[in-house]
Write a protein that binds this ligand. Structure first.
Ligand code: EIS
Length: 209
């Protein structure tokens, strides 16, 4: 079975609010996926994403009835933290998490669209670079950009990556990509909705790390 389809994101309601519990449940299946890459650089990425998820979950667990949607959390923190907000709490964690999710979305979409380097057909470096330039690069100073270059060199081959998405089973590339496309429907809608919320609430920051 496909690791992605086993952990689908939920379809959004018409008001595009994101249910906190379903979001956290779906997103927490992504970090274990990094273990199959081997290189230490992925450990750093995994810890960062896991840290974001833990931080949001901690706030949610304090009062699940109050924080039904992600927007409930961000709005509540705006009241609580005053001038410190939005560079604080679960608002900051979700700000960064959504960028990692956007990266994954663009990478998977690019693979599903069949974009590839004709000279290196089994490399996913063009897909990874596209995702990085669109989702993360502008928030990274030169040191983190160097870390990205290391991760890029350690990127798995297309065939291995696709195998990992299918839990290590031998599957036809086309079948796996069909699963990726299916996964992307609700995943993309969810990531888009979170971005829209940050714009609407004026919660987006553009500092670099
Ligand atoms: C934030 O991190 C924290 O997340 C946040 C808070 O502490 C805040 C304070 O300013 O900082 O410094 C982190 C930043 N996070 C800021 C950098 C981490 C390492 C990034 C290294 C570059 C990675 C490029 C990706 C290359 C991947 C190649 C993949 C080949 C397959 C299926 C693959 C999916 C990969 C997904 C990659 C997502 C990367 C996300 C990085 C986010 C980032 O830039 S708080 O913490 O509020 O929770 O306390």
């Amino acid at each position: 079975m496909s690791i992605l389809l086993d952990n689908q994101f939920k379809e959004l309601p018409p008001d595009k609010s994101v249910d906190t519990k379903s979001f956290l449940d779906a997103v927490s299946h992504l970090p274990p996926f990094f273990d199959c890459f081997g290189s230490a650089v992925f450990y750093v990425i995994k810890s960062d994403i896991s840290g974001n998820i833990t931080k949001i979950r901690k706030v949610y667990d304090k009062d699940p009835a109050k924080y039904v949607t992600l927007q409930d959390i961000v709005e509540d923190e705006r009241e609580t933290y005053g001038a410190e907000w939005p560079k604080v709490g679960a608002t900051l964690a979700l700000m960064w998490l959504k960028r990692g999710l956007r990266f994954i979305q663009i990478l998977l979409q690019s693979l599903a669209d069949g974009e590839r380097d004709e000279n290196k057909p089994n490399s996913i470096q063009v897909n990874v670079t596209k995702a990085y330039e669109n989702a993360l690069k502008r928030y990274h100073g030169w040191m983190v950009q160097k870390t990205f270059q290391m991760a890029l060199l350690a990127a798995p081959y297309r065939t291995n990556f696709i195998k990992a998405l299918s839990k290590g089973e031998e599957v036809k590339e086309e079948d796996c990509l069909a699963n990726v496309r299916q996964f992307l429907v609700n995943f993309t809608a969810t990531v888009d909705a979170i971005y829209e919320m940050y714009t609407n609430l004026n919660a987006e920051l553009d500092y670099t790390v």
